[in-house]
Design a protein around this ligand. Structure first.
Ligand code: NI
Length: 210
């Protein structure tokens, strides 16, 4: 498969986001080849992905979610997230191509995660506290970054998409062995209630600001 035959032209608000059950979400992706870096096809795909993410409330979008099984994803962390979560920095729209990472701090943080490919749900997932990432930008330039807390989580969630994994595979279980996945509105009510009650311990354990 090449990039040119993988890409269908985006609809006006971007690509259609594939939801759970689509095989593209479960296929491991391949690296973008050197000659595709800086190409018009790659540029168009990334532009289409940017358009798509802008039209949705998510903080990241991986190419397999739009049916393209290449190692590409984009992220953007808005101010509203930085205000809501602990260890979370606002970041502009960023493109990550052929990313690799190493865990720097194995301490695990728990937080509610959701995904545009699994609309309407939030699940508790544990992720390492700090990672170091190496990736390429759209022009093929290599860059490296250290990501902490919620920003590491966003990267790792998108990285999982490239390997055919979805966050629901990693949802934690409660003490009775039930998977801790919630309808979005139920999770929202729960976090609001904990804030009202001033349950700082619970909030901190779920990486949420009080
Ligand atoms: Ni996702």
């Amino acid at each position: 498969m090449t990039l040119s035959n993988a890409i269908e032209p985006p609809i006006p608000s971007g690509y259609k986001i594939l939801t759970i059950g689509h095989e593209s979400l479960r296929k491991p992706s391949q690296d973008v080849s050197e000659d595709s870096l800086g190409s018009e096809n790659l540029h168009q795909l990334i532009e289409g992905m940017r358009l798509t993410l802008k039209a949705h409330p998510g903080v990241g979008l991986a190419a397999p979610q739009v049916g393209v099984n290449f190692n590409i994803f984009i992220t953007r962390v808005p101010k509203s997230c930085a205000e809501r979560y602990l260890l979370c920095k606002e970041t502009p729209l960023q493109t990550w191509i052929n990313p690799r990472y190493e865990v720097l701090d194995t301490a695990e943080l728990i937080c509610g995660e959701s995904c545009l490919s699994v609309p309407g749900y939030v699940g508790k997932v544990s992720r390492p506290r700090e990672i170091e990432v190496i990736a390429l930008d759209e022009t093929g330039r290599e860059f490296s970054e250290k990501l902490v807390g919620w920003n590491a989580r966003v990267f790792l969630h998108e990285y999982d998409h490239l390997t055919g994994r979805i966050y629901i595979d990693k949802v934690l279980s409660d003490e009775r062995g039930n998977k801790e996945i919630y309808k979005e509105e139920v999770w929202k009510d729960l976090t609001e209630r904990k804030k009202k009650e001033g349950d700082h311990h619970w909030l901190e354990r779920h990486n949420l600001r009080s």
